[in-house]
Ligand binder design. Structure first.
Ligand code: FES
Length: 275
């Protein structure tokens, strides 16, 4: 079965079983705001109706009031706690919108539309996750989700320096093996993830590599997977306007024609993507 079809079916199945629309647009309160590193933040929102519908790899559009306008930013889900109705979003402060998000305090309200898009394959047997930068954020939700379903998950994370790999402690609780690479060799293997990946895949029984990070990393990881005959899926990031498939701002060309990252992705089988 097509990878996207697979995850799409489950999302739609769950939503229809509960007789719920697949996404909602709700007001959510900020529960917690933490600073994880120099410019990366973690925000917890109380949004039970979104938590209930979410799957790993999906994202939400978070809207904050800027004067009379509602400024929306797409953010991948980093964790979902259905018991408490919380969703967790990690983000790097890069501009006006994320700067405004970082100033929010507990009890402030935001508008949240989601969950949006189609997520990761829901039933891998032995996945290797590969991530870098903020791409590690959606992989964290995926690793926790799989681990809760008794799937052994390994993660390979790459960063420029040891400082960028602060995610280790988050992944330690939900993964079996953690492989680290840094460009400067300050932690783990020196070099990019592709310096280590061929040897990790050789003789392994991984049935899937799931990669999320800078596009060049995804492209190079896919090249290694192709050589090693391991299926690979990628989570793409594009500028997004509506998040709903209406504005075409996130369109990409793929082997199967023009697709919208917000609606047809953000997760795609790597072989479909023209990197
Ligand atoms: Fe508007 Fe994708 S963001 S079509």
């Amino acid at each position: 079965m097509d990878l996207r079809e697979d995850s799409r079916n489950l999302t739609e199945e769950v939503a229809s079983l509960a007789s719920l629309p697949a996404k909602v647009d709700v007001e959510a309160s900020v529960e917690k705001q933490e600073k994880l590193s120099k410019d990366v933040y973690r925000m917890t929102l109380k949004a039970p109706s979104i938590a209930l519908r979410s799957r790993p790899g999906q994202f939400v559009q978070v809207g904050i009031k800027q004067g009379a306008a509602l400024l929306r930013r797409p953010l991948g889900l980093a964790e979902v706690d259905t018991m408490n109705g919380n969703i967790v979003l990690n983000y790097r402060v890069l501009g006006r919108g994320t700067e405004a998000l970082s100033r929010l305090c507990p009890e402030d309200m935001v508008q949240v539309l989601g969950p949006l898009g189609h997520g990761f394959t829901v039933n891998p047997a032995k996945p290797l996750l590969v991530g870098g930068g903020m791409g590690l954020s959606p992989l964290l939700y995926y690793a926790k989700w799989l681990s809760a379903r008794k799937v052994d998950v390994d993660i390979m994370m790459g960063g420029r320096t040891a400082e960028e790999l602060f995610w280790q402690k988050d992944f330690a609780a939900c993964t079996k093996n953690i492989y680290l690479t840094t460009d400067d060799g300050s932690l783990g293997t020196k070099g990019y993830v592709t310096a280590l990946l061929p040897q990790i895949l050789t003789g392994s029984n991984y049935d899937r590599v799931v990669v999320c990070g800078p596009e060049i990393m995804m492209k190079n990881v896919y090249e290694v997977c192709k050589q090693k005959l391991v299926p690979c899926e990628v989570s793409l990031e594009r500028r997004m306007g509506c998040g709903l498939g209406a504005c075409l701002s996130c369109s990409i060309d793929t082997l199967s024609g023009r697709r919208k990252v917000c609606k047809d992705g953000p997760v795609f089988p790597a072989e479909e993507v023209f990197f």
